[in-house]
Design a protein around this ligand. Structure first.
Ligand SMILES: C[S@@+](CC[C@H](N)C(=O)[O-])C[C@H]1O[C@@H](n2cnc3c(N)ncnc32)[C@H](O)[C@@H]1O
Length: 385
């Protein structure tokens, strides 16, 4: 059994546990921003291929207390890196920290890089090269106040890069955050789904893949574990082929997207087409406030613009109550979920959320507001009118 740490957007850890356990993970333990677990290499490959929520799966190598950069150097220098990857592989080191007393994380990165190169020189007579942009191998250093942990990244590029979204408009969500929001909304394939502010279509792309049971990693060109020495190609191909075999053919799945901006509509359509999902989702140009529900009941998910400047904030303060009226008039029977950092949102919408879930979009603290639209709120708005 190996030890791993799967990272994810903060707030989605519990959902990640379910996915990891489905991949065979054992002894899962939730930490802020990720999950520790144990598993074999099949579990690691499966988690990389199947997790919609994970950002990376890191393979644990070593941990020790430290007080200086030299302690970190010593911990790194005694690891048998030459057993983990070939000297012709390029690598990079990245350091993250919580409450680390050292002055410079860049210096820690440099010392770990030196330790790895020194170790290779001593054991192979030569050292591997650095590539900070597209390295074959990524070493992750994590420092707390007292401890230093070293990991090898088995994912490579972050797992939210599914290789599906090519056209982007304003502020696209990361795919793993979008997938987490869909799961938190309670949406299941088969239930009508609408994103009325679709931007580049992240929610509906993710939902379309879920509806067709397409593993999120199927389109990725490469995973980090493929460049490690103990990579088991046959094992990986078996896992990937099983996922390929269960992926379903396209066809409309009651997934709907719209945006008032024509560029967003075109970007969403292009992304769906390129992913071979063009016929799974119905996309149209529409202002949310004029939108009718596409089905008698379903799940609505939206990520309204945040509004960073004063003018935009005023515009949004005007838009939110109109969205509230649209929901009351046309979406009785639906559950609406809004993901936003704007804390004015529920008040201005004039609808009471049934649930508020704190979630982070990178460092930005956001909320997912769930609003149950019951038929009664309809009558109230008519009376008001
Ligand atoms: C933050 S972006 C959504 C990003 C999207 N979730 C993604 O991942 O690409 C907000 C979107 O809301 C759209 N929008 C703003 N006001 C709207 C309105 N009244 N009706 C429909 N769409 C609107 C914008 O055009 C923009 O595409």
């Amino acid at each position: 059994m190996e030890k791993f740490f799967a990272t994810c957007p903060r707030g989605l850890e519990a959902l990640l546990v379910d996915e990891l356990q489905a991949a065979g993970a054992q002894e899962t333990r939730v930490m802020p921003g990720g999950v520790l677990f144990k598993g074999d290499w099949a579990c690691c490959y499966q988690a990389n291929l199947e997790s919609r929520i994970a950002t990376r799966i890191l393979w644990y190598l070593a941990r020790a207390p430290y007080t200086s950069e030299n302690d970190v150097y010593r911990l790194a220098a005694k690891l048998a890196w030459e057993r983990h990857f070939e000297v012709f592989r390029t690598f990079r080191v990245q350091t993250t920290a919580i409450r680390c007393p050292l002055k410079s994380l860049d210096f820690v990165t440099l010392r770990v890089k030196d330790a790895i190169c020194d170790r290779f020189r001593d054991h192979c007579g030569e050292r591997p090269n650095i590539d900070t942009r597209e390295p074959d191998v990524r070493v992750q250093v994590f420092l707390t106040e007292q401890d230093c942990t070293l990991y090898l990244d088995t994912s490579g590029a972050p797992l939210w890069q599914r290789g599906l979204r090519h056209a982007n408009v304003e502020a696209p969500l990361k795919e793993n955050l979008a997938a987490g929001i869909l799961k938190l909304s309670g949406w299941q394939p088969g239930t009508p789904l609408l994103d009325p502010m679709c931007g580049s279509g992240t929610f509906v792309l993710e939902a379309a893949c879920m509806a067709l049971d397409r593993a999120p990693g199927l389109e990725r060109v490469r995973f980090g574990f493929e460049t490690l020495k103990h990579y088991q190609r046959e094992l990986w191909l078996g896992i990937r082929n099983a996922a390929l075999a269960r992926a379903q053919e396209g066809g409309f799945r009651q997934i709907y997207a719209s945006d008032r901006d024509d560029r967003a509509v075109r970007a969403t359509k292009r992304n769906l087409q390129q992913a071979g999902l063009g016929d799974v989702v119905q996309v149209e140009q529409a202002d949310f406030v004029e939108r009718q529900a596409p089905a008698p009941a379903g799940i609505l998910v939206a990520n309204p613009p945040y509004g960073e400047r004063i003018g935009e904030l005023d515009e949004l303060a005007e838009l939110y109550p109109r969205i509230g009226s649209t929901l009351k008039q046309h979406f009785a029977g639906w559950t609406a979920c809004f993901f936003t950092a704007d804390t004015r949102f529920p008040k201005l919408l004039r609808l009471k959320p049934s649930r508020k879930t704190p979630l982070f979009n990178g460092a930005l603290e956001c909320r997912l507001y769930e609003i149950q639209m019951v038929a009664g709120s309809n009558r109230k708005i008519r009376a008001e009118a």
